[in-house]
Design a protein. Structure first.
Lengths: 222, 273
């Protein structure tokens, strides 16, 4: 376990719990204004909404679906639905919650389609990881090996995420990766906080077992 | 708390998802239990590891640009931004429920009102009560009524009239009603002048007195029936000149007057049986 802990320290970024960065963390009032303008036919307002939320949408979709292509398709579908249902958005409503709900629903639809078509997916390396690894590998073979191991661990963990049931995965992504509170997650998923806590607890326990297996295997290898 | 119970809460404890009281209780336990503390650390480590592995992806700008362009092109192509319909703007589920409830109440009140309504606008119960009020109930009142009836017989009673006769050809003729001028004037006060001379007419007037008509049509029909029966003659009736007493009951509707012509008991006891 000590080896694993050292790895975490190396991998942990400073802003892990604040995934909403920069302009994306705008308030609902701001979005309510943009929605009102978009509803009136202002195309630039809708483009602005897309600009401010696309990273969040793609991030959730990528975590839920596990690959870039599906994440792109999901993001497109999410924005089309947002545009289509702008009338249903109420100004007093939390825009981010509304957007998350649409995103999760779109991801579920895609997973169902994909489930019948492919039967699963595998996470590739994180976007931009190949570019980062390549120069490091040229500098040092040791670093390259470490990076390769890390990338492999990451891919395995992301695969573990894909093994979780759909609802547990959605709850975990929103709570642990998007930083929503349990109550916010419950609202997005149309569920109760106690149910969300149960789902999150189950998902964390499963991931812990997965991590332990992973670390045990790495320990043997080392 | 036991270790097995603590273990259930550890996945939530590491991320601060528990209530303050329970978090404090688990913290106290972890301070004393080495095994549970190690378990909690493992949970924390796996969670951190997972969060680090699933950091938000850093796709290139062209990736997002492609998404935006695709969405905007599709919107333009399909003209998805249809202005909201007027109905959609007006429609509010709460308002709809309230409106339907109000309509239902109005309909229920209207139905109740129409059921209670009578031709003259008065209540059915009121008419019955008025008619009954005029009827003597106590023996003393009955005697008084009989006395007054005797008086009215002498004063208002039209002369005996022949109901009808059958001509030599067998055709039925209307009864020729004979009455003195004063009595005729008295009888003409009512618009529906009734000159019954049959048991059917008596039954009709009695029935009308006991159960007043519910509607104006019904009242008119009954009045017509009385008149017709009075005009026609049943062959089975005795062809005798009858002394009848007359009781008039004026309903609240000025167009409806109930006239009760009953034979005087001394003259025609068989009709009272």
């Amino acid at each position: 376990m000590a080896i694993g802990t050292i790895h975490f320290a190396a991998m942990m970024p400073g802003d892990l719990q604040t995934p909403l960065a920069g302009h994306e963390a705008a308030g609902s009032e701001h979005f309510a204004l943009l929605v009102a303008r978009a509803r009136a036919g202002d195309a630039t307002a809708f483009e602005r909404i897309m600009l401010e939320t696309e990273r969040r949408v793609v991030g959730v979709a990528w975590r839920m679906l596990g690959n870039r292509e599906d994440a792109r398709d999901a993001a497109q579908e999410v924005f089309l639905r947002v545009y289509k249902y702008l009338d249903r958005y109420k100004p007093e409503q939390d825009f981010n919650g509304w957007l998350y709900r649409i995103t999760i629903n779109v991801c579920r639809d895609i997973m169902r389609k994909r489930g019948t078509r492919l039967g699963g997916t595998q996470f590739g390396p994180r976007p931009g990881e190949d570019e980062r690894i390549a120069p490091q590998a040229a500098a040092s073979d040791v670093n390259a090996e470490e990076n390769a191991i890390r990338a492999q661990q990451r891919a395995l963990l992301l695969s573990a995420l894909q093994t979780l049931p759909e609802k547990e995965r959605a709850a975990l992504v929103l709570r642990d990766l998007e930083g929503l509170t349990t109550e916010e997650v419950a609202r997005v998923l149309h569920s109760r906080p106690v149910t969300v806590r149960s789902q999150i607890s189950s998902a964390r326990a499963k991931l812990k077992i997965h991590c332990e297996r992973l670390l045990r295997r790495d320990g043997k290898r080392v | 708390m036991k270790c097995t119970r603590i273990e259930k809460f550890l996945p939530l404890y590491v991320a601060g998802d528990l209530a303050v009281r329970r978090t404090r209780a688990i913290g106290n336990h972890l301070a004393t239990c080495e095994k549970c503390r190690l378990n909690a650390l493992e949970y924390q480590a796996s969670r951190d590891m997972f969060c680090a592995a699933t950091l938000a992806p850093d796709f290139e700008g062209a990736f997002y640009e492609e998404i935006r362009d695709s969405v905007l092109a599709q919107i333009k192509r399909e003209r998805m931004l249809a202005p909201p319909s007027a109905f959609a703007k007006l429609f509010n589920p709460r308002l709809a429920y309230a409106a339907s409830l109000i309509l239902f109440l109005i309909a229920a009140l209207a139905l109740q009102g129409s059921l209670r309504r009578t031709p003259d606008g008065g209540g059915r119960d009121e008419i019955i009560a008025a008619v009954n009020a005029e009827r003597p109930t106590t023996p003393a009142a009955i005697k008084t009524a009989q006395a007054s009836r005797q008086e009215s017989n002498t004063r208002l009673l039209p002369p005996p009239f022949k109901a009808s006769t059958r001509s030599a050809t067998g055709k039925r003729h209307r009864a020729a009603i004979r009455a003195p001028g004063a009595a005729r004037a008295e009888m003409a006060r009512g618009r529906n002048e009734v000159r019954p001379n049959s048991s059917t007419a008596q039954y009709a007037t009695l029935t009308a007195g006991q159960n007043p008509p519910a509607t104006s049509d019904e009242a008119t029909k009954r009045a017509n029936a009385v008149e017709i029966n009075a005009a026609s003659v049943n062959e089975s009736e005795p062809r005798a000149q009858l002394e009848v007493s007359r009781i008039e009951i004026q309903t609240s509707d000025p167009n409806i007057r109930i006239i009760w012509l009953s034979p005087v008991a001394d003259n025609a006891p068989h009709l009272l049986k």
